[in-house]
Design a protein around this ligand. Sequence first.
Ligand SMILES: NC(=O)c1ccc[n+]([C@@H]2O[C@H](COP(=O)([O-])OP(=O)(O)OC[C@H]3O[C@@H](n4cnc5c(N)ncnc54)[C@H](O)[C@@H]3O)[C@@H](O)[C@H]2O)c1
Length: 361
Amino acid sequence: MADRTFAIAAIPADGVGKEVVAAGREVLDFVAAQSGGRFAFAWEEFPWGCEYYEKTGAMMDPDGLEILKAFDAIYFGAVGWPTVPDHVSLWGLRLHIAQNFDLWANVRPVTFLPGVQSPLRKADHTELDWVVIRENSEGEYAGLGGRNLAGRGPGNEVALQTALFTEKGSERIIRYAFDLARTRKVKKVASVTKSNAQQYGMVLWDEVFERVARDYPDVATESVLVDAMSAKFVLRPEDLSVVVASNLNADILSDLGSALAGSLGLAASANLNPERRYPSMFEPVHGSAPDIAGQGICNPIGAIASGALMLEHLGLVEEARRVEAAIAATTGAGYLTRDVGGTATTAELTSAIIGNLNRSR
Ligand SMILES: NC(=O)c1ccc[n+]([C@@H]2O[C@H](COP(=O)([O-])OP(=O)(O)OC[C@H]3O[C@@H](n4cnc5c(N)ncnc54)[C@H](O)[C@@H]3O)[C@@H](O)[C@H]2O)c1
């Protein structure tokens, strides 16, 4: 028996989600086995996702949230398959969990790995390392609105999609970003909105940012419009440290960030309930990649690095850093999957990472 056993709910869901969760579990179990009984993982895997939907008409068990509450963390793959409308699959599983468990802080590091070619020329000689902090509970993904409000008949449908910005919701994520910036080498927070065009919610966000910034005089700040920030990601990424933005804007910016780092398959994320009232959820940024699913060639690094974020959340900080170092040692030695120009399979890359963990003891 291990001194401490963490109960982890695995939800691989769809497409490559299944492949990368299997790879991540292998790595995490190896780290636990190396701990000499200090800790272990007790996994329970749930079959929720699009196949489950086709059989039952629901994306997850109706008691799913109640079941998940008992776990220390959730390890998630990716949801979505062409047979189910994306808004049904996403809202029925990932957003359902994130919103009901108030996983309001979505942490998405942008990590440039050795051996992985970035489309940015600067990445060859400039140290680049930033993290996108995404507001994960409201904003544009609040799910507020409706369709066909006036019932005006074919060709005249009306749809309303409302973004929700609350002072409390904005303040907690902005404070999270500042607290994180204090732990980093470059103590700087960039806040991203589109408050010139969206004059209510995003102006409220800007005002909260200005107010909270006064409590952190040691942290540099800037407020940037999302269009300008997209350009800055490409042209002046060395200026970035912590980037905080609303649900939609940060979702888009973090895909841009991971593409700049070399591939969507590399990007990790943590969906945190920082108060720990509910289990937090760890998942790669990418989706279910139906175009390459089932071929054993997807990049498991995003999921494995998300596992490292889970280790950190569980208090296993040294182990988290070891997994990150093993990933870097692996790509640095030229083991790369096809999305980043290599030929390694998912299984080969996972074994190489485990090999590096074994050597690093
Ligand atoms: N968090 C999530 O669960 C999540 C996120 C985004 C999209 N989705 C869903 O995923 C499905 C596909 O969406 P999409 O095509 O827009 O995005 P995607 O992230 O699945 O794929 C975009 C591109 O990146 C590539 N890619 C993604 N993950 C990869 C990996 N691990 N290794 C190598 N290449 C990888 C894919 O092959 C594809 O070319 C949709 O149903 C969508 O709703 C889910």
